[in-house]
Design a protein around this ligand. Structure first.
Ligand SMILES: O=C(CO)COP(=O)(O)O
Length: 144
């Protein structure tokens, strides 16, 4: 669980920032990717660099989706807002779709995000291997 993509819609940005603040140690050694506005807020809160793509409505979701397809993202945290409509809804759907296609963990709310952080920490404590979801991903690769 080394590289994490984080995205939040405007109505959920504070939720994401509150959640991140509660887990600053966890993020210390992680590579972070984010859509534009989310990423700049996260960089302020965490005091570490975040690779920021374009803002979501301008293509940031698609850029993160491409990164997932390149197998460069281990976990997607996407606090999307179920109570407001988005002009780039097809991109939102496409991002979630690619996370499912490539079988990476996806957290769309704080309960799930907490669950995954704790699971990851427990695996470290007990020195267990993180489930090898890359094995599933590799099955998606076209045969040469
Ligand atoms: O719209 C978004 C995700 O769909 C998020 O974009 P921003 O982080 O630029 O606000």
């Amino acid at each position: 669980m080394k590289s994490i993509a984080l995205v939040a819609h405007d109505g959920k940005k504070q939720d994401l920032l509150d959640w991140v603040k509660a887990h600053t140690d966890f993020f210390a050694d992680k590579m972070l990717y984010a859509t534009g506005t989310t990423g700049s807020l996260l960089a302020d809160v965490l005091g570490k660099s975040v690779h920021c793509f374009a803002s979501g409505p301008l293509g940031g979701d698609q850029q993160i989706g491409a990164l997932i397809a390149e197998q460069k993202v281990d976990w997607l945290v996407f606090f999307w807002d179920p109570l407001s409509s988005q002009p780039h809804d097809p991109d939102v759907k496409a991002l979630i779709r690619l996370a499912v296609v490539w079988n990476i963990p996806v957290a769309c709310n704080r309960a799930t995000a907490d669950f995954i952080v704790h699971s990851s920490l427990l695996q470290q404590d007990y020195q267990r291997e993180v489930p090898d979801f890359r094995a599933y991903q590799n099955r998606l690769q076209p045969k040469a």
